[in-house]
Design a protein around this ligand. Structure first.
Ligand SMILES: NC(=O)c1ccc[n+]([C@@H]2O[C@H](COP(=O)([O-])OP(=O)(O)OC[C@H]3O[C@@H](n4cnc5c(N)ncnc54)[C@H](OP(=O)(O)O)[C@@H]3O)[C@@H](O)[C@H]2O)c1
Length: 262
């Protein structure tokens, strides 16, 4: 993909991995961004952070279909087309399933997967107008390897990967590439309440994501060769991962006890 003149719509671009993706794209010459998020002030701050870029700020919640309609209507009015959709906004609430509130379960699903699917549906007519379009969906390492205390989050992130694959195959007659990024633990606000020994930087995740976009990759998996090996083991010998989770159950429980970013 050639990034020159490309117009990008990104959810959750006001912080963390999304903001770093904007930075990476700005460094590579992209100028036009439409950014959706709940906090208007965080969206407004992007203009000062990236003075070389133009921002269309779209305050709203991806879990709210009316907010998505409004966002797509604004992009249609301002640009009339779209080249790259980055579905990045996401939330997490860890804990035993029986301890999670109904509200946290519903909101993780609504934000991480229902909103992503609905925005993709609503943005597709614009993407189809592009000569060279892409959809980048941000999943998680837990989308491949599920862990205790993350049952709902892992379910939403596995769904993101399956949705991407189905859409890429459904859109094969169009110039729209669909890819998925699987970050490992990354140093963002989302991880402030988790206890993790090593974290990638959001800049590393952004660079790998944009490199993958330019190369037309299908899956960008953070965590190196070790992670790829674990994914194979999880697929071929899932009981080995069960044994790891059982052996580390109490430690995992302790590290994730407070983990919530909603
Ligand atoms: N950090 C990690 O370790 C990690 C690992 C694997 C995968 N991921 C995934 O990477 C993506 C980005 O995570 P991050 O760590 O960068 O998170 P973050 O630092 O918490 O940033 C999340 C961004 O999404 C926006 N957002 C959250 N909920 C939203 C909603 N309902 N509607 C619209 N915007 C919303 C936030 O803005 P507002 O709060 O203003 O809405 C913010 O801009 C997520 O999908 C996450 O699941 C993260």
């Amino acid at each position: 993909m050639d990034l020159k003149g490309k117009k990008v719509l990104i959810t959750g671009g006001s912080a963390g991995i999304g903001k770093s993706i904007i930075q990476e794209l700005v460094q590579r010459g992209v100028q036009d961004f439409a950014v959706m998020g709940r906090r208007q002030e965080a969206l407004d701050a992007l203009k000062a952070a990236f003075p070389d870029a133009e921002f269309l700020t779209l305050p709203g919640n991806v879990a709210n279909p009316q907010d998505l309609d409004k966002a797509v209507a604004q992009v249609t009015e301002q640009w009339g087309e779209l080249d790259i959709l980055i579905n990045n906004a996401g939330v997490v609430s860890a804990g035993l399933l029986t301890d999670l509130s109904d509200e946290d379960i519903i909101n993780q699903i609504s934000i991480n997967i229902t909103g992503l699917i609905l925005l993709t549906k609503k943005a597709l007519p614009l993407l189809k107008k592009s000569k060279e379009a892409a959809i980048m969906n941000i999943s998680s390492g837990y989308g491949y390897i599920a862990m205790p205390f993350y049952s709902v989050y892992a379910a939403t992130k596995a769904a993101v990967g399956q949705f991407s694959d189905a859409m890429r195959r459904e859109l094969h007659q169009h110039a729209i590439h669909v890819m998925t990024v699987y970050p490992s633990a990354t140093d963002t606000d989302m991880m402030k309440t988790a206890v993790v020994s090593s974290l990638d930087t959001p800049e590393e995740v952004a660079k790998a994501s944009v490199d993958g976009l330019l190369k037309g990759e299908i899956n960008v998996i953070l965590g190196g060769k070790e992670r790829e090996e674990q994914i194979k083991v999880n697929f071929l010998e899932p009981r080995k991962i069960d044994a790891f989770a059982a052996a580390n159950y109490e430690a995992l429980r302790e590290r994730t006890r407070q983990h919530r970013s909603m």
